[in-house]
Design a protein around this ligand. Structure first.
Ligand SMILES: Nc1nc2c(ncn2[C@@H]2O[C@H](COP(=O)(O)OP(=O)(O)OP(=O)(O)O)[C@@H](O)[C@H]2O)c(=O)[nH]1
Ligand SMILES: [Zn+2]
Length: 185
């Protein structure tokens, strides 16, 4: 499969007007194939596998917030990166999730072809599913290379997307507490 992908990259390089046989480019098709496979490895992972049973019983019912999780994804329209940060909060109801697993969930969905809004929702729903929390909130702030390097070429714009589930959606005070914690840097 890597070999087939590499062949396609060889054609792409040729079509773009370069010589895929020149020294600097000789191994590029294979490297590019491997890099793309890495950036799309989320398709071969499952929630069950990455969470690996790290859900623990706990009495806590106060908000838990994991802030500033780095995020690297690929926009499905241009196959160019979008890069940013993800903040995840939840209101436990008897169970808490292992801390590293939030980052693993972000990566599993980010390492696919995405738009930011769908990525935000998939992360929120996954956290809801594994924790059975009373509420989940996810905010992503990201900059899209497809808007920076090409197209409208705007270097400073960023996009914020959010998904609120359960109590974060229904209770304005809970939503407000979350937003205050996220913005209070
Ligand atoms: N909502 C949303 N839009 C995105 C995301 N990533 C890229 N886009 C947008 O997808 C749109 C695709 O528009 P098209 O007009 O089909 O493509 P295009 O001609 O390359 O668009 P321009 O970027 O305006 O040059 C653009 O407006 C992109 O900015 C994302 O994560 N969320
Ligand atoms: Zn794009």
């Amino acid at each position: 499969m890597t070999e087939e992908l590499a062949n396609h990259y060889r054609h792409i390089i040729h079509e773009l007007g370069e010589n895929p046989e020149r020294e600097g480019l000789r191994d590029t098709p294979k490297r590019a194939a491997k890099a793309m496979q890495f950036l799309n490895r989320g398709y071969s992972q499952s929630l069950e596998e990455i969470v690996n049973g790290a859900v623990f019983e706990s009495e806590t019912d106060e908000m838990v917030l994991v802030k500033d999780i780095e995020l690297y994804s690929m926009c499905e329209h241009h196959l160019l990166p979008f890069i940013g940060k993800c903040h995840i909060a939840y209101l436990p109801s008897g169970k808490v999730l292992g801390l590293s697993k939030f980052a693993r969930i972000v990566d599993m969905y980010a390492r696919r072809m995405q738009i930011q809004e769908n990525l935000t929702r998939q992360i929120a729903e996954a956290v809801q599913q594994v924790t059975e929390a009373r509420g989940v909130a996810v905010v992503i702030e990201a900059r899209h290379l497809c808007m920076m390097m090409r197209g409208v070429e705007k270097q400073n714009s960023s996009m914020t997307s959010s998904v609120m589930l359960g109590a974060f959606r229904e209770k304005p005070s809970t939503r407000q507490e979350f937003l205050t914690l996220v913005n209070g840097r």
